[in-house]
Design a binder for this molecule. Structure first.
Ligand code: TK8
Length: 333
């Protein structure tokens, strides 16, 4: 009897009757949706954070990533994170601005000239102001924004060299009132389409142009349907890493701290990834046939100023937010 017990004890827990071993499901399964392929630094770093969170919670908390619009387009995921259908979502600030208008403030045209100005604002008073506004919608925004990058304009037609080249240009912009307002002020004909529709709308010539950071142009293979890229740096765009408020409050303080630390740490690493990518991505896009040209921001900035764009958005965002922006970038309006 003792020998039998000894043998049993030594036998590893093998699947009975060939049943597959079912991995012990985590006590808390959180779903995170986004619109980018797994290869983009957003997903690479998010997966690292998820692994760290699982390990630090002893396997109790598991974040399952649904990349590449698996759960639908941005507007679908925005309503899912509001309803709690998903726990986390990383909308471009332009996209969350459909719910929280002031979140679009980092996308004011030609405001940020470099990353020092970006992080002075977004890791400072302006970021805190926007996070506060997001929390009013019962959404939780992690402290550190993730980086989408400086947006560049691409077109299948004549290269965009200066503001006058925008006249009548059919350009796709995100579903964002500020984007529509800005590209109308530049005399182009903007069309708001979800990110998941960009490639096909360029391919079928519904639009002739679009604007996005170089890493996005690369992962979305937009170089296949665009001829030239104007290095306009016209908008710095970031991702707010947001959580459903109820789900977030339902987590223990210990789990909230582990998740926040891991997500914020991953965000800082992702920022460095994107900053580093820009040089290498441009060379890769050039090798795939995309022609690059520089632009003179002054002609665009003058058009926005003369057309009243800055004045309009100064009023719409209000003195507190606009003051925080100008504290980082100087006088705009
Ligand atoms: C990247 C996209 C994109 C967005 C857009 O995840 O819709 O153009 O700004 O950069 O979300």
């Amino acid at each position: 009897r003792r020998a039998v017990l000894k043998t049993l004890a030594a036998t590893p827990a093998v699947p009975l009757l060939g049943m597959p071993m079912i991995a012990k499901a985590a006590e808390i399964e959180l779903r995170y949706g986004n619109n980018l392929p797994l290869s983009h630094p957003l997903n690479v770093r998010a997966q690292e954070a998820a692994d760290k969170i699982k390990q630090q919670t002893g396997g109790k908390v598991e974040i399952k990533i649904f990349p590449n619009n698996q759960l639908g387009g941005d507007t679908d995921m925005l309503s899912q994170v509001r309803s709690g259908g998903i726990t986390f979502f990383t909308p471009s600030a332009l996209v969350i601005a459909t719910l929280v208008p002031v979140a679009a403030i980092n996308a004011v045209g030609f405001a940020f000239k470099d990353y020092d100005q970006v992080w002075k604002a977004m890791d400072g008073g302006l970021g805190a102001h926007v996070r506060e506004a997001i929390s009013k919608l019962n959404l939780f925004a992690f402290e550190k924004m993730w980086d989408n990058g400086f947006r560049q304009m691409t077109t299948s037609g004549k290269p965009i060299e200066e503001a006058k080249d925008m006249a009548g240009l059919k350009i796709r912009v995100p579903v964002s009132p500020l984007s529509i307002s800005m590209f109308k002020a530049l005399d182009s004909a903007p069309a708001s389409l979800q990110f998941s529709e960009v490639y096909s709308s360029l391919q079928t010539k519904i639009v002739d142009a679009q604007e996005n950071p170089l890493p996005i142009i690369q992962v979305a293979k937009l170089y296949e349907v665009q001829k030239s890229c104007a290095l306009s740096n016209h908008i710095w765009d970031g991702f707010w890493f947001i959580a459903n408020g109820r789900a977030w409050k339902g987590l223990s303080a210990e789990h909230q701290k582990i998740i926040s630390d891991a997500i914020n740490e991953a965000g800082l690493k992702q920022r460095a990834d994107i900053k580093g990518l820009n040089e290498t991505v441009q060379a890769d896009l050039q090798s795939k046939g995309l022609a690059f040209n520089k632009t003179n921001p002054d002609s665009f900035r003058a058009k926005l100023r003369d057309g009243g764009f800055y004045k309009e958005w100064q009023e719409r965002f209000g003195p507190e937010a606009w003051g925080q922006l100008e504290a980082a970038v100087g006088k705009l309006a």
